[in-house]
Ligand binder design. Sequence first.
Ligand code: FAD
Length: 464
Amino acid sequence: MNPHVTILGAGLSGALMSIFLARNARKVVLYERRPDLRKVDMDAGRSINLALAARGIEALKEAGVFEEVEPLLIPMRGRILHALDGQQSFVPYGQRPHEVIFSVSRPGLNGVLLDHAQRVYGISAKFLHAARAIDFDRDELTMLNEVTGDPQRLRMAPLIAADGAGSIVRRAMTGQLGVRVTEDMLEHGYKELTLPASATGTHRVEKHALHIWPRGGFMLIALPNLDGSFTVTLFLPLRGSDSFATLDGRDAVDDFFRRHFPDAVPLMPNVAREFLENPIGRMGTVYCDHWAARDKAVLLGDAAHAMVPFHGQGMNCCFEDCAELHRMLEATGDWSRAFRAFEHERKPNTDAIAAMALENYVEMRDTVRDPKFLLRRELSFELERRYPDRFIPRYSMVMFHHEIPYSVAYDRGRIQAGILERLTERVATVAEVDMQRADAEVRAALPPLDSPAVTDAERTPRRA
Ligand code: FAD
């Protein structure tokens, strides 16, 4: 097996994959189109922080890099919902102490992965090198040095394409190998804004939560940063009455924020300026029917399956991809078989999380305000306490149970949603729920999960 491998893209997937491969004595060359993010501040306006959860943490542990990531993490225990009248309510993510997710800086995390790859394995990414063309028949990859303008032709195989949602490798696979791809773009976009720290550098709203201002057709969210600020993201339709198309000047922006987010306005003194300066981000789902091109190339991470960000799982899923591809390589010892096995095993899971991420947008911006949603959530925790090996809330399966594949979470989640709906049809509190019927429904429809329960102590990462 050829030990040399090229990785395209030194983002989150490419950087972690390089570590996995180098641990097993592969010779990795990592190319990245952009400058080194550890030296140049580039990410303004593009998801500056992210939610990291159990799946991502597990992969980072497997790669031996989690200890270096830990100091960057801020635990978030649940959602704080901000109503229009300023009332706040806390909705916990889980019901056990370790059931939290973590806010982490994207450039911080990416930088730690690149540092680790360099320090431990001597991999120094070639920045400002962009792939410009791929020829599968000739087994050729054309790179362009963005500084000198010099093109360079390389032998391609094996190539791991971690070049993100707009992957040039995926496009070449479509054009040359007949791979079918659908890119479903959302009619909503996003814009990043800032809620700055107080004068003394502290957080001006609760630090250990993800804040949401759900407004039906749109929403504002905020995740904490280590410096006391929050990164705020507005998700809004691209067209229509309240949309990016109509917010075209300072007055319109000020008026929009005062009408819909009155409690956030005093905390965000630069909101109109930032809104007018920052770009509108687009979001979508990429479905690609094949990820592997014989022994030559494989798509990894967003290049294979970009998804909308509403379950906070895109990066977590990419990290799980890296661990899975690494396992396949070790099991088969053969690039072609590993690439095919990876695609075969992984795709049902990435399809499932992509579907759940789309469903979660409606939940975050709208359903969370519905008393029935809160009742079903409370009942799902009660059923989890009664049947911990059979009933685990879908959100918990996705975010806290890395041992449960996404596709299982999706299938069981559907069954559970039906049970919850039937049990809460005519009641307003959990105390009124017919628990005999609940018992019968859970036992009949949800066989015990065979994954061993993991103890709280094993799961809880040391806090930063
Ligand atoms: P990317 O991060 O896109 O990296 C690809 C890299 O390849 C880039 O560095 C790029 O410059 C490089 N590249 C591209 N083309 C070329 C080329 N031709 N030659 C050389 N290099 C190239 N996920 C979560 O888990 N939790 C969250 O809370 C979360 N929030 C999000 C919020 C938003 C608004 C968005 C948009 C996404 C969010 N995600 C989240 C998803 C997450 O950002 C992605 O899943 C993740 O960044 C994908 O990593 P990647 O390395 O596959 O792709």
